[in-house]
Unconditional design. Structure first.
Length: 244
């Protein structure tokens, strides 16, 4: 495959890679390697794993600075507003990451350059690539550049952490509908359950999230849905329809 110019992507990230191979790897989906086994390239799944940890740490740091009065559980719920597939896909789309993805023909033909899961994974992989290229401080600077404007939009009035209440008020004001929460999955033994919940507004799925309790899952889903409503963005396409 011919070498690509990544200058525009690096400019949007605010970081220029010393090792361009790391940047390239962050953009390689496994479907591409299935069709180019002799390319000598590596897919981005391992970088995605590392980037998830880098992102969680950096966003957690920024939120702690912005909201010094929040407790641990409240901080976790707030971080979930930014560290989830839907929110990461928005960031990746703003960067134009889809343009640079290496995809197999099947993914290309089914709109892979716009799929939230592929965009979110590539976003995490890019952060890991920065971390490996120049260390945590450089990765933190990139996260700060991409996420701080969103985090600065958070206020801390009384009841700030009640995302379900805020979502209901916002949904009624902007959409004229109230949110509906539905448990779509439940796994694990009684002492260690994990729940998946979707939140729908006006029949559209605005968020899908999980947690160790129904309450935690609902609050996480509400936080994500609130992100899209307050940013005046349409919800991501969720092909798994809610139960009737």
């Amino acid at each position: 495959m011919e070498s690509r110019g990544y200058e525009r992507l690096e400019a949007k990230l605010g970081y220029s890679f010393k090792d361009k191979k790391l940047l390239e790897t962050a953009l390689v989906h496994k479907s591409y390697l299935n069709e180019h086994k002799q390319s000598g390239m590596t897919d981005n799944e391992r970088l995605e794993f590392l980037g998830d940890a880098v992102l969680a740490l950096a966003v957690g740091h920024l939120i702690m600075q912005r909201l010094p009065k929040l407790r641990e559980g409240e901080l976790s719920m707030t971080r979930a507003t930014f560290v989830n597939e839907q929110a990461l896909a928005v960031v990746a789309a703003d960067l134009g990451v889809g343009e640079w993805l290496y995809l197999g023909k099947g993914e290309e033909q089914t709109g892979g350059r716009r799929k939230p899961s592929l965009l979110a994974n590539a976003c995490e992989a890019l952060l890991a690539a920065v971390y490996l290229d120049a260390g945590y401080d450089a990765a933190f600077d990139v996260v700060k550049r991409l996420f701080l404007p969103r985090i600065l939009g958070i206020e801390e009035p009384p009841g700030f952490t009640d995302f379900k209440t805020r979502l209901q008020e916002t949904a009624q004001a902007l959409v004229g509908e109230v949110p509906r929460y539905t448990v779509t999955g439940e796994w694990g033994p009684d002492h260690d359950k994990f729940f998946e919940v979707i939140v729908t507004i006006g029949g559209k799925v605005y968020a899908r999230s999980g947690g160790r309790s129904k309450r935690e899952a609902e609050h996480s889903a509400a936080a994500t849905a609130l992100f899209f409503l307050e940013a005046e963005r349409p919800p991501p396409v969720d092909k798994r329809q809610p139960p009737a």
